[in-house]
Design a protein around this ligand. Structure first.
Ligand SMILES: NC(=O)c1ccc[n+]([C@@H]2O[C@H](COP(=O)([O-])OP(=O)(O)OC[C@H]3O[C@@H](n4cnc5c(N)ncnc54)[C@H](OP(=O)(O)O)[C@@H]3O)[C@@H](O)[C@H]2O)c1
Length: 232
């Protein structure tokens, strides 16, 4: 296997008109039931779905396929400090749904044992941070050819700023969150809009009062042949 191989990466999120994926109090129930069905179809078309530890702590998500037909993808959490709670729905279900927790040296041995004891696969990244490029290579080696990145903002920023994604599917819902809250892409931000990745609009589809925008990254990498159906 060539070292640079990585999964085909699609970023998926639902945002308010003002670009927030959660309000200041953490309310992230932004899109409609109809959109949830679409997202679950999208999950079923991917080998794995990935979120950050912040989303696990805020939402306690299952990340399974429940509102559509299809198989559950594996679940991957960027959890450098090993903070995923033992009582989280992810850990309680990892006996029958493949669950990969990515930790660093910030997770102590006791937490690593706790996570493994629950049935999760624990990938340890050297040092205190997670380098997304090498991590994706490891995931590819574990059979993940298509990866759906569902957030939250800090996690999406990592993929955006490193330019490691191929497509983005964004639902814009008819709500306004106002000040505070979580932006679609957090982090330190770009100085100029042209510093960010170029995106090419593939489709814009009306879904009731929502709009589902589907972009490809201009000059994107990955293996287009292994792209999941974006569920449109
Ligand atoms: N509307 C939507 O579509 C949607 C989807 C998902 C989530 N959300 C919302 O988004 C909010 C959470 O977003 P968030 O930005 O606070 O958190 P997040 O992105 O879910 O998680 C951030 C945490 O994950 C770890 N992490 C992420 N990227 C990393 C990287 N490249 N290297 C190392 N560690 C990394 C870090 O953990 P440590 O802190 O342990 O270092 C970081 O603090 C929640 O309110 C949730 O409801 C909305």
């Amino acid at each position: 296997m060539e070292e640079h191989r990585r999964p085909y990466v699609t970023i998926s999120a639902a945002a308010t008109i003002d670009g927030k994926i959660a309000t200041k109090s953490g309310d992230s129930a932004i899109s409609s039931r109809r959109d949830l069905v679409r997202v679950h179809r999208l999950r079923a078309a991917h080998d794995a779905v990935l979120v950050g530890a912040g989303t696990v702590l805020a939402d306690d998500p299952l990340l399974t396929v429940r509102y559509a037909r299809g198989c559950n993808p594996a679940r991957v959490v960027l959890d450098p400090a090993g903070r995923t709670p033992s009582g989280s729905r992810l850990l309680l279900t990892c006996g029958h749904i493949r669950t990969i927790l990515v930790v660093t040296g910030r997770a102590d041995a006791r937490d690593r044992r706790r996570l493994e004891g629950a049935g999760a696969t624990v990938l340890v990244e050297e040092g205190d941070s997670i380098r997304l490029g090498p991590l994706l290579g490891r995931l590819y080696g574990l059979g993940v050819q298509t990866l759906l990145v569902e957030g939250g903002g800090r996690t999406i920023w990592g993929f955006v700023t490193e330019g490691i994604f191929d497509e983005m599917v964004l639902t814009v819902s008819p709500h306004i969150a106002g000040g505070g809250g979580t932006s679609l892409a957090g982090g330190e931000g770009f100085a100029r809009v042209t510093d960010g990745p170029g995106l090419k609009l593939l489709s814009a589809r009306r879904q009731g009062d929502e709009v589902v925008l589907h972009y490809a990254r201009s000059g994107g990498g990955g293996d287009p042949d292994s792209a999941g159906d974006p569920g449109q």
